[in-house]
Design a protein around this ligand. Structure first.
Ligand SMILES: Nc1ncnc2c1ncn2[C@@H]1O[C@H](COP(=O)(O)OP(=O)(O)OP(=O)(O)O)[C@@H](O)[C@H]1O
Ligand SMILES: [Mg+2]
Length: 590
């Protein structure tokens, strides 16, 4: 994206949002914007001239001018109104086009940024809520642009300027009548709409918290059912939602008050103007046609202001939504590539972990002073109790987080200096909680590489011992697997995840409890096929079941975030903690 989409620290303020959105539209469509401004000016001019011709017609009637002279006025009057309407329509159509294009660009920018943000940020944010901010923010960009460009606002305001300027020119003392009420009107609208916007921001907050409760419950429907908590979940949601309408009523009341004050200002000033005009007409200062012209003009100055009432509130509300999208976009990506980040090739020598410490946000110390060497082409197994830090270690290798202290190097290059995409090309990770897409089996397996052929997909599935069960699903490789793979068994999901990883022909493969749901026989078969890849793939295997890792070149025993021991199985049997783990699993007595 170009600098049309740059944001700074003021961009979340109301005027900042308007400025940024406006700028993105103008910079992205400079020619259309100029054409649009031109159309708006022409139509405003025509709208100003229309009542003037009407005045001439009326004055001509009163003066009993020859009927023939009227025709040119009629035609001119009709044409003015018609062209004015056509220009306005053109302006609206153009702004609709601009608004949709710019909306899309901001949406994509938001989503792109979301995916790129570092994992610690994602840990803190609810994905559904962020998704909704991107969606609503995108729609709000449309509204802001459409309100600004289309929806008559610009045309109406240029018309006001023309009307006032023209009135001052022809009847200077009457110009003040048109201007006088405007500041009061604008000030009242500004302050009340600010209150309304605040109220609506709170309404958004209420909607978001209740939606979070709603989606959290709905997404866990199986657990809800298993615990018989259907009623509880409904109550839980109702508690969050119930305040919404009560508060909404208070906000609506502000709308009524605003409307009432505005209508009062409008009616009072119009009546006063009418009285003044009638007196002036009786004294012969102005004609009857001019009385009608002035009343017409006064009405025309108020109609956009009446719109302003709703429009300003709408703008504020939408600007707030846009600012939330901007907040996501302006979030700095702490693990972003540096300009001099380098590409890496397949692991050739080793991954070296030196004095690594890591603390999660919220001060949960997860890793202390880890030192380890993972030579290329070997199998390293990580074992240890639950919560010992094994998965965290894997996340650091993938550079989802950076260590607080210490370094991790890949063939001598610090992970911080490697292009993120290049690192993820070389390292493939199967997470402990397998996550699959609600797409076809084929799409899930082929996720990591572009244009994978059916044969390559099937080969990977065979290696992961998934081919057979895939063929038994209703549409084979084209079967859709349901949300998060709900239509598959736990072990089947794991096998798809393994196939997806193997298809990438990874240089380094990290498997976090990837066979934990499989029966011993299938687990053994998969372990064997993965062992066979040893010559080309460096393997890091996290396992609770020691039977799967006895063959490893080195076994690393984690405990409370520390590495307690490193060695081959036989050497480690001398280690107390490892021996205990081993004895427990193999039912040996001391
Ligand atoms: N995203 C997170 N934010 C904060 N703390 C976390 C996060 N993920 C893990 N932890 C904490 O870090 C510690 C290590 O967790 P980790 O997942 O690495 O353990 P593990 O050895 O993989 O355990 P298991 O065998 O149960 O998978 C735990 O105390 C855990 O509560
Ligand atoms: Mg784990």
């Amino acid at each position: 994206m170009n600098d049309a989409y740059s944001i700074d620290k003021n961009s979340s303020e109301f005027l900042g949002v308007i400025k940024v959105v406006f700028r993105s539209a103008i910079k992205e469509f400079p020619k259309i914007s100029i054409g649009f401004a031109f159309l708006a000016i022409i139509s405003a001019l025509l709208f100003t001239i229309g009542p003037k011709i009407l005045q001439q017609i009326i004055d001509a009637i009163i003066a009993r001018t020859d009927l023939k002279e009227f025709w040119s006025l009629f035609i001119f009057y009709g044409l003015c109104l018609l062209f004015g309407a056509v220009c306005k329509f053109g302006a609206q159509k153009t702004s609709f086009y601009i608004a949709t294009q710019i909306e899309d660009n901001w949406r994509y920018l938001g989503l792109d940024h979301y995916y790129n943000l570092y994992l610690a940020w994602h840990d803190k944010h609810d994905s559904g809520e962020v998704g909704s901010k991107i969606d609503k923010g995108g729609s709000a960009v449309f509204v802001v642009i459409f309100e600004l460009f289309g929806n008559n606002l610009l045309v109406s305001f240029i018309t006001i300027i023309f009307i006032i300027a023209y009135t001052f020119w022809i009847l200077p003392s009457f110009g003040w009548w048109l201007i006088a009420p405007l500041p009061i009107y604008v000030i009242v609208t500004f302050f009340i709409s600010r209150k309304i916007a605040k109220g609506q921001a709170h309404l958004n907050y209420l909607a978001e918290t209740s939606n979070r409760a709603l989606y959290d419950g709905v997404g866990n429907v199986r657990t809800v059912k298993a615990f018989g908590k259907e009623g509880y979940e409904k109550e839980y949601y109702a508690k969050k939602w119930s305040g919404y309408h009560t508060f909404e009523y208070r906000v609506e009341k502000l709308f009524f008050i605003q409307d009432f004050i505005q209508t009062t200002i409008e009616i009072t000033t119009r009546t006063a103007l009418l009285i003044y005009c009638v007196f002036a007409a009786f004294k012969g200062y102005i004609t009857v046609g001019q009385v009608i012209l002035l009343i017409n003009y006064q009405q025309m100055t108020f109609s956009p202001l009446a719109q302003l009432n709703q429009l300003f509130t709408r703008l504020r509300r939408n600007a707030k939504k846009v600012s939330r999208l901007f907040n996501i976009i302006s979030e700095s990506d702490k693990l972003k590539d540096k300009p001099d980040s380098v590409q890496i090739a397949r692991l050739n020598k080793e991954i070296l972990i030196k004095n690594v410490n890591f603390v999660y946000a919220g001060n949960i110390a997860a890793l202390h002073n880890i030192n380890l060497k993972i030579p290329a082409g070997t199998t390293t197994a990580l074992v240890g109790k639950s919560g010992a830090g094994k998965s965290t270690f894997a996340l650091l290798l993938m550079r989802f987080y950076d260590p607080e202290q210490g370094t991790i190097t890949f063939d001598g290059i610090n992970l911080r200096d490697i292009k993120r995409s290049s690192l993820r090309d070389q390292m493939t990770w199967i997470p402990q909680d397998v996550s699959l897409f609600n797409r076809t089996i084929k799409e899930n397996i082929a996720y990591g590489i572009k244009n994978a052929s059916q044969k390559v997909i099937e080969d990977a599935a065979k290696l992961a011992h998934a081919h057979e069960f895939i063929l038994q699903t209703p549409k084979g490789y084209n079967s859709i697997i349901g949300e998060r793979g709900v239509k598959l068994s736990g072990g089947q999901r794991q096998r798809l995840a393994i196939a997806r990883a193997l298809l990438k022909n990874p240089g380094v493969l990290i498997m976090d409890e990837s066979t934990s749901h499989l029966d011993s026989e299938t687990e053994k078969a998969i372990s064997e096929s993965i062992q066979n890849l040893r010559h080309k793939t460096t393997q890091i295997i996290i396992a609770h079941r020691l039977s799967t890792i006895l063959h490893a070149d080195q076994i690393v025993v984690f405990d409370k975030g520390k590495v307690l021991a490193v060695g081959k199985h036989k050497e480690l049997l001398k280690n107390k903690i490892y021996k205990k783990l081993y004895d427990l699993q193999f039912h040996r007595k001391e």
